[in-house]
Design a protein around this ligand. Structure first.
Ligand code: ZN
Length: 215
């Protein structure tokens, strides 16, 4: 009995000499932080302190990348044109693309979760990402909307443009100030964790993107 266990242990050791396989093996996630390149995106306020959308988008990307294995993500260039951003993701050999945005409104109480897609493979991909963001943030769910936003129109890789919450909502803006102050378990952390979990589920399901390095 003991001998059998030892042999099995050796076999699994030999099969995974460095580390166990992860759903991200052979995948490349293109992460686009919306705006930048002189463009702020929406601006919210927490007690008069401005919170700029592009900084929030970058923070979510930074937190998401802490979960992703090295070599499985690509920072999309913050070009002025969305077509150029998608071209950058495709040139890098990306398997999928997430374009991270946060919504804006003149109503500082408006807040909900929404995602945008264009192509059929976007819808499948968004079906793994969007519900987890909704579950993590527990804001009203405005669903996955088909719309002609450039980030999912151009190219052919599966992509989703996320508007996880409103940076102009007072709670959303103050959450970011707390995040910058070192708070844990903020919306920024929850959103990044949800995106990571959604990506892992998508790749585990084997839908994992027809294009890119995994071809
Ligand atoms: Zn935006």
């Amino acid at each position: 009995m003991k001998k059998t266990i030892l042999v099995l242990g050796l076999v699994s050791f030999l099969a995974f000499p460095v580390s166990a396989a992860t759903p991200f093996d052979g995948k490349l996630v293109a992460l686009d932080a919306g705006h930048g390149n002189g463009e702020t995106g929406a601006i919210g306020y927490c007690d008069g302190v401005p919170v700029v959308e592009v900084e929030l988008n970058l923070a979510v990307r930074t937190e998401l990348e802490k979960f992703l294995p090295l070599g499985t993500y690509h920072d999309v260039l913050q070009s002025s044109s969305r077509q150029e951003r998608v071209a950058d993701a495709e040139a890098a050999g990306a398997t999928v693309l997430i374009s991270i945005h946060h919504n804006g409104s003149s109503n500082t109480g408006a807040d909900y979760t929404q995602s945008f897609v264009t192509q059929k493979n976007d819808k499948t991909f968004a079906g793994y990402i969007h519900p987890l963001i909704v579950g993590a943030l527990r804001l009203p769910d405005r669903g996955i909307k088909s719309d002609g936003y450039g980030m999912t129109v151009y190219g052919s890789l599966p992509g989703v443009l996320t508007e996880s919450y409103f940076v102009t909502d007072t709670d959303g803006a103050c959450d970011f100030i707390a995040y910058q102050g070192g708070a844990t378990n903020t919306r920024v952390h929850k959103e990044a964790q949800a995106m990571y979990d959604g990506l892992a589920a998508y790749f585990s399901a084997g839908t994992g993107g027809g294009k890119g390095r995994n071809r």
